[in-house]
Unconditional design. Sequence first.
Length: 92
Amino acid sequence: MNWSKTEIRQARKLPLAPLLLQRGLTLRELSGENFLVLNYGDLTIRQSFWIWKSRQLQGNTIDFFIQVENLSFAQTMTELLGQKKQKTSSEI
């Protein structure tokens, strides 16, 4: 599947808190608009960024779904943008 640079940029900047709540994860509000993701120990999020200090991982919204939730890039993009891309004729 081909995703445009604009779509990737858009997905990368999506706020994590509502997406994680929608997936059933539990958040605890910390100071400075930060949230602790209780399902993952010391993983904290703020807007579209996250850091997991104990595992020395960090990234943006796309990275969260790939590195933490173990989704593929295509699954991540589909979930974040709420739509399935149609395969182009060159991919069939």
